[in-house]
Design a protein around this ligand. Structure first.
Ligand code: HEC
Length: 329
């Protein structure tokens, strides 16, 4: 009896250790402990005219906040925002999500938007993934990219958002299914060190900064940055993000003019880009910034991965899903 008890105790101990090691190296402890977060501070971002202009430029252009937070007319090429509803939030029209995810109303409406949130609550949400109420923000909101936003650009974005007219738009709260609602708690990361922007004289570094902030869908497969492969299905159709590296299967055939034209018009030659590629917003970037992004993309490692949304979806052994031209990989 004694011996059986000892074996049982040892077995349970071994099991507990294995479980602990297993959790540590797979999902981590955050699903149980809650997200990493810092307390909000009382910092305030002074809304100078420079900041308001810069914030508007970033929010309406590069950062793509409107793609998710503004209801859109997906029937029109470029998906314009519905009039009067800018940044007033919406339930994201993405059937592949594990539940229903609402991009919040981030206008300063006091009842249905962010009118009562502090500057630092906004700042923490944008770069660190913690909502004003301490909740983990579902990581489709790209805070993992926005953590690179410089302190000054962050201040500009928050100051701009707070200067907008409040729009009343009550929305149902996000409801993510189990177990994903727990797993996402591993995503937020506090930003506790100062973040500086690029040296603007260095065009490739500037382009890298902008591409990091704005071109996330093309970077979805971590082992093949900018090689595309994120499937995006919704009211705009069923498309997969393109390979934008300088490989022959990517955009090696582009020159700077082709790139600028694609981002301004949503056409590559006669081929129409899907409106989930936010050229309707990126077209607001000035020539210099678009050129910097192109200069940077020319320096990234070429990735061999053919994605062609004009072809029927076929299995791709590289990204293990179906997309146009997948069988050519
Ligand atoms: C790809 C979609 C997407 C983009 C792009 C995006 N967001 Fe979000 N955002 C969301 C979703 C979805 C939520 C809410 C998630 C949840 O409820 O768990 C959210 C939440 C927020 C919140 C937190 C609201 C709260 O309850 O505290 C703020 C603030 C915010 N976003 C601001 C921005 C800003 C500013 C930008 C651009 C710099 C931006 N978002 C870009 C999808 C997006």
């Amino acid at each position: 009896m004694k011996r059986a008890g000892k074996i049982l105790r040892i077995s349970l101990l071994v099991l507990a250790v294995l479980l602990a090691v297993g959790i540590t190296f797979t999902i981590g402890w955050r699903p149980f402990l809650g997200p990493r977060m810092r307390a909000v501070t009382n910092r305030q971002f002074e809304p100078t005219p420079e900041r308001l202009a810069r914030g508007r430029y970033l929010v309406q252009g590069l950062l793509g906040c409107e793609t998710c937070h503004s209801p859109k007319d997906w029937t029109a090429h470029g998906a314009p925002n519905l009039a009067g509803m800018e940044l007033a939030g919406q339930v994201l029209p993405l059937p592949a999500l594990p539940g229903s995810v609402t991009a919040a109303n981030i206008t300063p409406d006091r009842e249905t938007g962010g009118g009562n949130w502090t500057d630092d609550e906004f700042a923490r949400a944008i770069r660190e993934g913690i909502g004003h109420d301490g909740r983990t923000i579902f990581p489709i909101m790209p805070y993992d990219a926005y953590k690179n936003l410089s302190d000054e650009d962050l201040a500009s974005v928050v100051a701009y958002l707070r200067s907008l007219p409040g729009v009343r738009n009550p929305l149902q709260p996000t409801q993510v299914k189990f177990p994903v609602n727990y797993l996402v708690r591993g995503a937020p990361e506090p930003v506790t060190e100062p973040v500086s922007g690029p040296n603007l004289a260095d065009r490739v570094a500037t382009g890298k900064y902008y591409a990091t902030l704005g071109c996330g869908c093309h970077r979805a497969v971590e082992s093949r940055p900018y090689g595309g492969g994120e499937n995006l299905k919704g009211p705009w159709g069923d498309v997969t993000s393109a390979n934008i590296t300088p490989d022959p299967s990517g955009i090696s055939y582009y020159d700077e003019a082709t790139f600028i034209k694609a981002l301004r018009t949503g056409y590559v030659g006669a081929r129409k880009l899907s409106s989930i590629m936010p050229f309707g917003e990126l077209q607001n970037l000035n020539d210099d910034d678009l050129k910097a992004i192109f200069a940077y993309l020319r320096t990234v490692k070429p990735v061999k991965h053919r994605v062609d949304n004009t072809l029927p979806p076929t299995y791709c052994r590289l990204c293990k899903q179906k997309h146009g031209g997948g069988d050519q990989n």
